[in-house]
Write a new protein. Sequence first.
Length: 327
Amino acid sequence: IIGTGSYVPERILTNRHLREMVDTSDKWIVERTGIRERRIASGEETNVTMGRIALERAIENSGIRCEEIEFLVVGTNTTEPVWPSASGHIANLLGLRKDLPFLDVQAGCTGFNFAFSVAEMFIKAGQYRTVAVIGTDKLSAITDYQDRNTCVLFGDGAGALILKQSMSEGIIRSHLGGNARSRNLLILSKKDGTGNAYIRMEGRKVYTFAKKAMVESCFRVLDPSGTADKKELRTLFEQVTKIIPHQANARIIMGAAEELESRLELPAGEAKNKMIVTIEQYGNNSCASIPLALDISLRTGKLRKGDLVIFVGFGAGLTYAANLVRI
Ligand code: ACO
């Protein structure tokens, strides 16, 4: 990873604002989710405009020229209309190479992890040397602000990074997982009579799935063959500096950390202290959440060059994934 960038809209939606919209309270939202506020895109802002700014910042941060980018992959769920893809719009807006190949990856909130893994494969295969990856979503466009089960959770934003082929250790491997049988737990459905589709979710069931999937994916990315015993797995885990989890709910993140501690017989707090949590200010902004947290962590010195990091996510589909990366 030679550069990162991110963007969040200016408008802040606090728990207090939400209290005026649905039957909820700041106390409930903070206790159950860890979220205090989230960013909401203006009418003109889209996943494309936010992704474009994030990528521009990542290009600047990496010091490369736009023309050096050979391939663009965008994880997103909120392109409207769905054709042409967000990646095509972004490539055009930024004036990337005329013949640049680009594609969108749609895998719920795991879209960033999947997109990152697509980029990883093309680089490892030797097909491209410099690849841009973006995670961007405008969940506010598909959130029903009359549904307290969902509207307190979501926000908007974008994060981007530039990957470059290198002889030194970088992306070590990824683990991708899915559970299509549970696809109905998190879907878009039309509200009676209207043309708009909104997120509908069985929160409790997604919560249980998420915690389990994150732990499983962390183990699988450290031990792809599944042959390590507890002691070996613990040694592998101890080498990890930080974990950047999908920011869906602070309780899911801390619950997964507790599960890791219990399964690996680690001292209390050992996995919790590795978790990077930015949800308080941004809520769940889907594909943006991991690259946004990565960018913030690098810029504030929470992460440093040489750190070994796991990006781990889950989302609609249902899907889940982890990427093991030497920063
Ligand atoms: N304010 C006040 N009360 C609420 C609210 C709210 N905003 N939302 C729900 N409640 C109520 C419920 O109606 C319920 O009341 P009842 O007991 O009278 O029926 C009570 O609170 C408890 O509800 P639960 O759903 O059991 O609460 P839980 O502790 O599970 O928290 C939450 C709900 C936050 C949604 C949690 O289940 C969760 O985070 N699930 C995972 C969601 C998620 O991560 N989704 C995103 C996936 S990523 C993607 O692809 C978009």
